[in-house]
Design a binder for this molecule. Structure first.
Ligand SMILES: [Zn+2]
Length: 185
């Protein structure tokens, strides 16, 4: 099920039914997309009541995104420049962080990925978006370390987060929050 409806104050709300989650959840994307997700056994009425209780929060979040300076979309020349920067910086930095932490990966590739900053396969091949080069250095490190931790835990389990948080000296939550302020241009 994927439907949407127009909310009198918030505009379009996308409704999605998720089998995996056990509760109602609401997300606001920097693009302004609002999604209300809930499992099949929770009624639409209950999900909408939840949404109503969060209207002020959604409005505040939309306002926050609006006030944020938006990153302009890079043209193909700029993308090539980012790719060169990424190729000279990211693999070397990943290797450095791998040595420091002792977390071993197999292969690293740089892609023009727009949906994710990075990913790690079951074979411990790490893929990094060249758009990482638009982030401050400490957030690049945060993403690289996140992917390196996936070489041990191939999921986002509590064990994964415990390992990452330990490596980051207890700063995982702060850095995750900071990264959410950025989106892939
Ligand atoms: Zn991850």
């Amino acid at each position: 099920m994927l439907q949407s409806f127009d909310h009198p104050r918030l505009g379009e709300i996308i409704l999605s039914q998720t089998r995996r989650s056990r509760r109602v959840s609401l997300s606001v994307h920097p693009s302004g997309r609002i999604r209300l997700s809930f499992p099949p056994y929770i009624s639409l009425k209950r999900a909408l009541a939840f949404l109503e209780s969060k209207v002020d929060w959604v409005e505040a979040t939309l306002q926050k995104y609006k006030n944020r300076p938006s990153t302009p979309k890079p043209n193909s020349e700029q993308i090539e420049a980012l790719r060169l920067k990424a190729k000279s910086y990211l693999p070397a930095r990943l290797e450095e962080l791998s040595q420091i932490t002792g977390l071993k990966y197999n292969k690293v590739t740089i892609r023009a990925a727009r949906t994710k900053w990075g990913s790690c396969t079951g074979q411990n091949n790490i893929s990094l978006s060249l758009y990482l080069m638009t982030l401050p250095k400490h957030l690049i490190d945060y993403v690289l370390l996140h992917e390196l931790c996936h070489t041990v835990h191939h999921n986002h389990s509590p064990k994964f987060h415990a390992l990452l948080d330990k490596i980051l000296g207890g700063k995982e939550k702060i850095l995750a929050k900071e990264l959410r302020l950025y989106s892939i241009p």
